[in-house]
Design a protein around this ligand. Structure first.
Ligand code: ADP
Ligand code: MG
Length: 301
């Protein structure tokens, strides 16, 4: 119990933060029975977009000024428990602040510098069903800390031309972390984000990834959906902002699939396609997408 998942991709703007925010709320809702454990989100990106995307505007400045964020916890000036905030009934946040930029430099010469996050999360991880860590867009010391602390990695990948090249660099880093620092690190899967079903390239990339990593690609695909880009400015996940939107459907489906794949026993296992509802079954599922492509090929020739 207490599965620690790093959401990582060294490219910026691929949907890491959007995935952290919405997966947290979707997993917490799926895990709805009162006996279940809460979930923890760790914002390890100095930009703090996960923190602001899950927090009402009015509370943000207080967090920033509090001197009790993931930065202080990592450098050891506050206890991690002092920096935790309850942001929903069943979700806690270890918030980020701009100070975190300094951590890469300040820790550069320190002992166990790549283990700091692990050291603060290990004692508390079993209080939670999942610990989701949002990481910055680089393979620097902060991301390394996330990979050393984590049980597994989820890789959000945008369907764009150079996506596969970036992916091989990331997989190389994960392999090195496994060899040297965290032999048990797993890859839960790659999730395609900002998928545009009208764009040929989206389909081609999806095909390429599923050919290269047949057992690592999540069946749930996250569509490009304007509600997903609107909701963070309200401090809400899309599931809270517009529960019926395609973005909400897709992240609920992904949460169900992750629960199934990680064997999270506290979440009732259900077929992710069943769980995601009819609309998702038709639109935002790889099997359905490829089925449609094959159909088109058959018809056209
Ligand atoms: P990262 O954390 O990898 O840098 P973000 O999650 O912040 O990426 O996403 C980058 C931008 O794209 C944000 O403005 C976000 O709102 C938007 N975005 C992310 N996923 C989607 C999506 N599926 N549909 C529409 N906009 C999205
Ligand atoms: Mg981000």
């Amino acid at each position: 119990m207490g599965r620690l998942v790093a959401i990582a991709n060294q490219k910026g703007g691929v949907g890491k933060t959007t995935t952290a925010i919405n997966l947290a709320v979707a997993l917490a809702q799926a895990n709805g029975d009162a006996a279940g454990l809460p979930l923890l989100v760790v914002d390890l990106d100095p930009q703090g977009n996960t923190t602001s995307g899950l927090t009402p505007q009015a509370e943000l400045s207080e967090i920033k000024a509090s001197g009790a964020t993931v930065y202080e916890a990592i450098v050891g000036t506050v206890e991690v428990t002092q920096a935790l905030r309850r942001i929903r009934d069943r979700i806690f946040l270890l918030p980020s602040s701009a100070n975190l930029v300094g951590a890469e430099v300040e820790l550069a010469g320190a002992d166990h510098r790549e283990r700091r996050l692990k050291e603060i999360l290990d004692p508390i991880k079993d209080h939670y069903s999942f610990v989701l860590i949002d990481t910055p867009p680089s393979l620097g010391l902060l991301t390394l800390n996330a990979m050393v602390a984590a049980d597994s990695v989820i890789v959000p990948m945008q369907c764009e031309y150079y996506a596969l090249e970036g992916l091989s660099a990331l997989l190389g880093t994960i392999a090195r972390v496994r060899r040297v620092l965290n032999p048990d690190l797993e890859i839960d899967g790659i999730v395609l984000t900002m998928f545009d079903s009208r764009n040929r390239l989206s389909h081609e990339i999806a095909r390429d990834v599923s050919r290269h990593f047949p057992d690592k690609l999540f069946q749930s695909v996250i569509p490009r959906n304007v509600r997903l880009s609107e909701s963070p400015s309200h401090g809400l996940s899309v599931i809270e902002y517009d529960a019926k939107s395609a973005g909400a459907e897709a992240y609920r489906a992904l949460a169900a699939e992750i629960a199934l794949r990680t064997g999270a026993t506290h979440i009732s296992p259900q077929d992710p396609i069943e769980a995601s509802g009819e609309q998702t079954r038709k639109s935002w599922n790889l099997r359905a997408l490829f089925g449609r492509d094959n159909e088109r090929v058959r018809r056209n020739g």
